[in-house]
Design a protein around this ligand. Structure first.
Ligand SMILES: Nc1nc2c(c(=O)[nH]1)N[C@H]1C(S)=C(S)[C@@H](COP(=O)(O)O)O[C@H]1N2
Ligand SMILES: [Mo]
Length: 489
């Protein structure tokens, strides 16, 4: 019970001072950061987008268990429970202090949590289950009142955290690109034959980030500093960005943590401002080879400056996707996009800081955890039809899938069945070299079990290697294959 009071009061005070200072969420976020990547991968794979709910749920169960243990240990003396409550409180304070977002008053939240937890425990203990019946009733009533109070403060904390009206800020924005992306031709995908639609609807776009609660930042409050190895430091507001020429570009984003054949790839019409133009205004000093960017929740990213500044890089600060302002979980109000690099080295969401630095002096979030510092997208392809172990009619069958090598372009996709000769697949119409490309091929299949494989070649003539490599450190390699069965139809 006192554990619940502690958490609830902490969450309430956090709602008042800073939502990110909630001790419960801080411990959760720290747990995410400390989780080894394979476990994180497992969590994403197993629980999908529910991974964060599962984490918070398990934390609640562990805490409730500790509460019961404290109660059992404290039958004779209040000290074991008091010590445990205080330790939990200190853990909360440590977690909040360790978060990169912690500022000034934030520490009030876990502190209030500690005091409330210890006080509630001492009071409950001093009242514990008196033998006399009328007193017993009073004890139960007060305990119930404390439980309700805890519930109300937890809810209050949640509501206060939500008081920043990000949705209204987002709804008020109209983005009018000066230069629209060319219309997507009807033959840019083979969706009827099993490939994804060329443009991914916003709500279907894959999502990968470390944010336990989606940062809520209003466009009106947004500021970004461009500093470090520059001639003129800049501080930009959202209106500053709106005054610049807005462009719209069709770009495919992909995550490095995909296994061969993985799902984390999507395409959007991104609306934004040119990042190279902005950096030229700031004046990048010689030697600055890394752009270190930080999101409002403290996640960091490092991008090669030469990739951003290369002519035609299409690197941008994106404000919108598919005609609307960025959805909140996509990094509203501003995120970065650099075609040709995996998301973890290029696509900072909820972007608030950009520092020109060097690869030698700064390691961003994933580099600190063993991932590559420079991660250009590797040429890759995937079979989307047939599905794994699908039963399809024998005879004529159309297999289909996708291929990508952003910022280089796809030249060719080949397919083979049961280890036979490679046959060239038909490619969809190219939209631009920054996007995925779909393939299809007509096969003639005998009854029985089959394996179909594909491999892509990019415009530089690099063919996908058959050698299997894990996603860590800089992207999986290998050919995607699919086992299926042709049956008499
Ligand atoms: N703030 C922040 N930005 C982030 C991340 C993150 O964890 N936090 N993850 C990156 C990774 S690993 C990828 S693949 C892309 C995914 O962007 P999406 O969720 O919009 O698809 O965002 C990148 N930007
Ligand atoms: Mo990623």
């Amino acid at each position: 019970m006192s554990v619940a009071v502690a958490l609830a009061v902490g969450h309430l005070v956090a709602g008042l001072v800073s939502p990110l200072a909630s001790p419960f969420l801080a411990v959760g976020n720290t747990a995410i950061d400390l989780t080894p990547h394979p476990v994180k991968d497992f969590a994403i794979r197993t629980f999908g987008e529910n991974d964060k709910l599962v984490l918070l749920g398990s934390m609640a169960v562990v805490l409730a268990g500790l509460g019961v243990v404290a109660g059992l240990l404290s039958r004779r003396s209040p000290w074991p429970g008091t010590v445990l409550a205080a330790l939990l409180g200190l853990l909360g304070i440590a977690a909040v202090l360790a978060r990169p977002t912690t500022t000034g008053w934030s520490v009030l939240a876990p502190l209030a949590s500690l005091v409330a937890g210890v006080a509630a425990f001492r009071w409950l203990w001093s009242q514990a289950v008196p033998a006399v019946v009328p007193e017993r009733r009073r004890f139960l009533l007060t305990t119930a009142a404390i439980a309700v109070g805890a519930g109300v403060s937890a809810l209050g904390g949640q509501l206060l955290a939500g008081r920043v009206d990000v949705e209204a800020s987002r709804r008020a924005i109209r983005l009018q690109p000066r230069e629209k992306a060319p219309e997507i031709p009807f033959d840019a995908d083979f969706a009827r034959e099993g490939t994804p639609q060329f443009i991914t609807p916003n709500e279907k776009f894959y999502r990968v980030d470390t944010a336990l609660t989606v940062p809520r930042l209003r466009a009106e409050d947004w500021r970004m500093r461009v500093h470090g190895m520059v001639d003129n430091e800049l501080v930009l507001t959202y209106d500053d960005l709106l005054r610049r020429p807005l462009v719209e570009k069709t770009i495919t984003l992909v995550c490095v943590s995909n296994e061969v054949g993985g799902p984390y790839i999507s395409t959007s019409n991104f609306i934004g401002v040119s990042l190279p133009d902005l950096l030229r205004e700031a004046g990048v000093r010689p030697g600055a080879d890394q752009l270190a960017t930080t999101s409002v929740d403290g996640w960091t990213c490092g991008t090669p400056v030469d990739k951003i500044m290369a002519p035609g890089s299409n690197a941008m600060l994106a404000l919108g996707m598919n005609g609307e302002p960025l959805p909140i979980e996509r990094g509203f109000p501003v995120r970065m996009v650099v075609p040709g690099l995996y998301g973890y080295v290029s696509a900072t969401k909820w972007l608030v800081d950009a520092e020109l630095t060097t690869f030698d002096t700064f390691d961003p979030y994933w580099a600190q955890r063993g991932w590559g510092k420079k991660a250009p997208v590797k040429v890759m392809s995937r079979v989307d039809r047939p599905k794994s172990f699908e039963r399809v009619p024998a005879g004529r069958f159309v297999a289909a899938g996708i291929a990508w090598a952003q910022h280089t372009g796809i030249d060719r996709v080949e397919v083979r069945v049961d280890g036979g000769p490679w046959q060239e697949a038909t490619l969809s119409r190219e939209v631009n070299i920054d996007t995925w490309r779909m393939w299809r091929i007509e096969l003639d299949l005998k009854e029985g079990n089959h394996t179909v494989e594909c491999r892509a070649t990019d415009r530089k003539g690099t063919t996908q290697t058959s050698e299997r490599a894990a996603p860590i450190p800089d992207g999986a390699t290998g050919w995607h294959s699919m086992v299926f069965t042709s049956v008499a139809g």
